[in-house]
Design a protein around this ligand. Structure first.
Ligand code: G1P
Length: 276
């Protein structure tokens, strides 16, 4: 089944400057754990244990995070502090990590295309780690829910949620025919539309299951919104040629690419996970 998951982690994180001047935004901690580790844990929970990082310049700290830190580990071995490493050690024992570097930032579609060699010819997950998704209702994480759905439909799936009008232009937005409760067959998709042009209020959240034909479609997709190669545009082609589903997931998404969402996530995790 699905074993691989791509993490595009080459972006700058300008909204968090100066914190992200020399540190990758994906390493910003929500309480005591870097954002990207939450995403990797979600992937592992879904059975996606072959992690592919599409990185860029200045992102070495991410690769180091998922590797042994000999000096540190030697220093604290056998002390009470060792338990603070347990979550990352668990991640490292369950998953493998491969990297490739995106040389220029040409959009999410381009980042995914860069990951092609790490994926090959099989379906895979994508996590945008800025979107922290927690199943606040209990039960499976978002990717695990999507993997279940993939088993049934065998086509690309995008996670969606309803957003208020004033938020719409920040997202890829879908229109679709409802197949079942919370499951839509995508008929249209627009990257960051103006409210008047939005086909609905169903916004794409940073969790995807993609079938590997997406790579060739991306290659043949012209630059779109902001002159960037948009995954949303490639997915629309895939939807027109076959099938793409929109899935209203169970859980809460925190926009950790914004300061407000980051603080909200921090408060939530502190009160409901860290302190528990
Ligand atoms: C990307 C996608 C967009 C999606 C969003 C979710 O945009 O292009 O379709 O709605 O992630 O977070 P970004 O926020 O990276 O500009």
């Amino acid at each position: 089944m699905i074993k691989k998951c791509l993490f595009p982690v080459a972006g700058y994180g300008t909204r968090f400057l100066p914190a992200t001047k020399s540190m990758p935004k994906e390493m910003l901690p929500i309480v005591n754990k870097p954002l990207v580790q939450y995403g990797v844990e979600e992937a592992i929970e879904a059975g996606l244990t072959e992690i592919g990082l599409v990185t860029g310049r200045g992102k070495r700290a991410i690769a180091d995070h998922f590797d042994v830190s000999y000096e540190l580990e030697h220093q604290i071995a056998g002390t009470s502090k060792e338990e603070f490493l347990s979550s990352i050690r668990e991640v490292m024992s369950k998953a493998t990590f491969s990297m490739t570097r995106q040389q220029e930032m040409r959009g999410l579609g381009d980042a995914i295309l860069n990951g092609r060699r790490l994926i090959g010819d099989e379906p895979f997950g994508v996590v945008l780690s800025d979107d922290l998704c927690l199943n606040t209702e209990g039960g499976d994480g978002v990717l695990a829910q999507m993997v279940q759905l993939y088993k049934q439909f065998r086509c690309s799936i995008v996670a969606i949620q309803e957003v208020p009008e004033d938020q719409i232009s920040k997202f890829g937005v879908i229109a679709g025919e409802k197949l079942k409760d919370g499951i839509f067959q995508v008929t249209n998709m627009v990257e960051k539309p103006a409210v008047e042009e939005a086909p609905s209020n169903l916004a794409i959240i940073g969790r995807y299951i993609l079938t590997p034909d997406i790579f060739e479609i991306i290659e043949n997709t012209p630059p779109g919104k902001n002159g960037e190669l948009q995954l949303t545009d490639a997915l629309l082609t895939q939807a027109k040629n076959g099938c793409v589903l929109g899935y209203k997931f169970k859980g809460t998404r925190f926009d950790c690419g914004s300061v407000d969402g980051f603080v909200e996530a921090t408060n939530y995790v502190y009160n409901n996970i860290y302190k528990m």
